[in-house]
Design a protein around this ligand. Structure first.
Ligand code: HEC
Length: 164
C-alpha cells in the first residue's frame, strides 16, 4: 500500500513537470517569434513616415491634399450647381482609395506596400491629379524634381516593407 502511494505521487510529479515544460515551451515560442516581428514592422513604418513628413508631405500638401487630405478651401467655381457634387464625389472617392490625413501609413483600402506601389504607378504615369483637376490647376502637375523625391522615398519604403 505504501509503495502504491509512492508510485502515484511520482506519477503526479512527472505529470506536473511535463505540463510545466509544455507550457513554458509555448510561451517561449510566442515571445521569440511574434514580438520582435511586430516591433520590427512598426519601426520600419515609423521610419518611412519620418521621411514622408520631412520630404514628401510638403509636396502632397500643395498638390494632392485638396482631395486626399485636409485642405478645406474650395475653388471659386465650387458654388456652381453640379460642380460642387462633382468635387465632393472626387474627394470622397480619393479618400476611400488613399486617405493622407493621418500621414503614413495612409488610410483607405490598401496595405502600406499596396499604397506605395499605387503611388509609384501614378507618379510614373502622371495620372494624378486627375485630368479635370489639372486643367483648372496648371501648377498641380508634379515637377521633375518632385517626382524624383517621391520616387526615392517610395523605393526606400518598399525595401523596408515585407513582401506581399
Ligand atoms: C481632384 C481630386 C484629386 C487630386 C487633387 C488628387 N487625387 Fe489622387 N485620386 C483621386 C480620386 C477621385 C481617386 C480614385 C479614383 C481613381 O483612381 O482615379 C484617386 C486615386 C489615387 C490613387 C490610387 C489609389 C489606389 O488605391 O489605387 C493614388 C496613388 C493617388 N490618387 C495619388 C495622388 C497623388 C500623388 C496626388 C497629387 C500629386 C493626387 N492623387 C491628387 C482624386 C484626386
Amino acid at each position: 500500500m505504501k509503495s502504491f502511494t509512492k508510485l502515484v505521487f511520482t506519477l503526479y510529479l512527472i505529470f506536473l513537470c511535463i505540463a510545466a515544460a509544455g507550457h513554458n515551451g509555448k510561451n517561449h515560442a510566442e515571445v521569440n517569434i511574434e514580438e520582435p516581428k511586430e516591433s520590427f514592422e512598426k519601426k520600419n513604418l515609423k521610419s518611412i513616415n519620418q521621411e514622408y513628413v520631412l520630404k514628401v508631405k510638403p509636396i502632397f500638401e500643395s498638390k494632392c491634399f485638396d482631395c486626399h487630405g485636409i485642405n478645406t478651401e474650395k475653388p471659386w467655381y465650387y458654388v456652381f450647381p453640379g460642380i460642387k457634387q462633382m468635387i465632393n464625389h472626387d474627394i470622397s472617392e480619393a479618400k476611400e482609395h488613399m486617405d493622407m490625413v493621418n500621414d503614413f501609413p495612409f488610410g483607405g483600402h490598401g496595405s502600406p506596400r499596396e499604397d506605395l506601389e499605387a503611388l509609384k504607378e501614378t507618379v510614373e504615369n502622371e495620372s494624378m491629379p486627375p485630368l479635370q483637376y489639372k486643367i483648372m490647376h496648371w501648377n498641380s502637375l508634379l515637377t521633375k524634381e518632385e517626382k524624383k523625391i517621391i520616387s526615392e522615398w517610395i523605393g526606400e519604403g518598399l525595401k523596408k516593407l515585407p513582401n506581399g
